[in-house]
Design a protein around this ligand. Structure first.
Ligand SMILES: [Zn+2]
Length: 75
């Protein structure tokens, strides 16, 4: 290990392109996720989990639920 991270070995141009591609993938995923949630009766998406910040909260049957850490409470 020379201690150099991937980010340090890339040029600014390469980094900018990677960020752009990542943002496009996120936009694509968000659109798909929202459409999938719409397809499932009684399930919708809420804000990001304030406990773990690793997932959006799911709203199901009047309950908020985090699929990552399992945190949840009623609405
Ligand atoms: Zn969570």
């Amino acid at each position: 290990m020379d201690g150099q991270t991937l980010a340090e070995s890339l040029s600014k141009q390469e980094l900018a392109e990677r960020i752009l591609q990542a943002e496009q993938r996120i936009d694509c995923m968000e659109t798909t996720l929202a459409a999938v949630a719409d397809e499932i009766d009684g399930v919708s998406l809420s804000s990001r989990c304030s406990k773990c910040e690793e997932s959006l909260l799911l709203v199901k049957e009047g309950m908020l639920y985090c699929p990552y850490c399992g945190d949840g409470h009623s609405l």
